[in-house]
Design a protein around this ligand. Structure first.
Ligand code: NAD
Length: 320
């Protein structure tokens, strides 16, 4: 039986990835500094470990009859734009340490396949309508934030280990990902979850605050599509970084309107000062399309699957 470790299994995408690997018949060990907040883990075994520590990375990968066949590295000090702008030191320090120690441990312990979760935050800011950027165009580098710089560094480190060890390295640059069982409040939530929460909290006809002027262009990938992309990429021979994203581009205001429509609420948008991030992103998915992968879930359908879960969390909070 194939055996895998998912680092960051107590988080949003890691939690969903564990479920997918289990469905595919893999024996899964999850590792995270915390348990999953929203669902019991589907992993066969779950280790609570601070992966900034070298010994803990080794412990995560130690198993009888080893090594593990695959390591999926999704652990990161992570959040939406508000967190990314306020916690620059934590991101640079904590996520780099996790990646330094985990990549090294995996290579030293003979893991044959290693996945690293990078981000489209490695790209520079773009204007709406600019030609698509390919993976190679991340260099010369000019990410908008330190989170993107850490991801670029960790990509390069993983590739270096892949060149010098018999370890196949697969790197995905995730676009914004959303879905149920992700952080939806507390300051680390990303835009789709934050907007769902604000709409769920709003009265009929009420105000919803949106950071910036609402014109920033984004695209959002539903978590099942993202997990499918990870699984497809890990099973492939595609080397180097690979963008994974849904090609449906919307403004932030259009995202809010979509959520309001799904909620069946009339809302008014109030634009307020706040960290927005880049104006636009438009990057090529040609590499992952070459493997036959396509996003299956459009934004409205994804919000229809996400909003009820967040609304239920909001109501549960109000009942407490
Ligand atoms: P998440 O915050 O839900 O999951 C990350 C997990 O890492 C958390 O459970 C957290 O507890 C764990 N972690 C943090 N520090 C740790 C430590 N010291 N030791 C052990 N575990 C630790 O985030 P997510 O949205 O599931 O993201 C997963 C990966 O995908 C991250 O690497 C993230 O940077 C990347 N990514 C996510 C998105 C997105 O839109 N969600 C976009 C681009 C890239």
């Amino acid at each position: 039986m194939r055996r895998a470790v998912v680092c960051g299994a107590g988080g949003f995408i890691g939690g969903h990835l564990v479920k997918r690997l289990k469905r595919e018949g893999t024996w899964v060990r999850g590792a995270d500094i915390k348990e999953h907040e929203f669902a019991p883990t589907a992993a066969d075994e779950f280790l609570l470990l601070d992966l900034r520590e070298r010994e803990n990375c080794e412990a995560a990968l130690t198993v009888d009859g080893g090594p593990f066949d695959e390591v999926y590295q999704l652990a990161a000090d992570m959040g939406g734009m508000g967190f990314i702008h306020s916690a620059e030191c934590e991101i640079m320090h904590n996520s780099a340490l996790i990646n330094i120690h985990m990549t090294h441990a995996a290579a030293e312990m003979g893991v044959p396949r290693y996945f690293f979760s990078s981000s489209v935050c490695v790209y520079r800011d773009m204007q709406p309508g600019e030609p698509e950027m390919t993976e190679a165009q991340a260099i010369p580098a000019h990410p908008d934030n330190e989170y993107g710089w850490e991801k670029l560094y960790s990509e390069r480190m993983a590739m270096a280990y892949g060149r010098h060890h018999p370890m196949a390295v697969r790197i995905a640059r995730f676009q914004n990902c959303y879905g149920p069982e992700g952080t939806w409040t507390g300051g680390r939530e990303k835009a789709p979850a934050a907007i769902c929460r604000k709409v769920a909290e709003a009265e009929e006809g009420g105000l919803v605050e949106v950071w910036g002027d609402g014109t920033a262009v984004r695209s959002y990938t539903y978590v099942d599509d993202m997990v499918d992309g990870i699984y497809t990429l890990m099973g492939s021979d595609l080397e180097g970084a690979v963008n994974i994203g849904c090609p449906q581009y919307v403004t932030v205001d259009e995202l809010v309107q979509t959520v309001a429509e799904v909620a069946g609420k009339r809302i008014r948008i109030e634009h307020v000062a706040g960290p927005v991030g880049v104006q636009s992103r438009n990057f090529s998915n040609a590499r992952i399309y070459g493997l036959g992968w396509r996003a299956q879930v459009e934004l409205k359908e994804g919000i229809e699957r996400t909003y009820p879960w967040i609304e239920e969390q909001v109501w549960a909070g109000e009942r407490r």
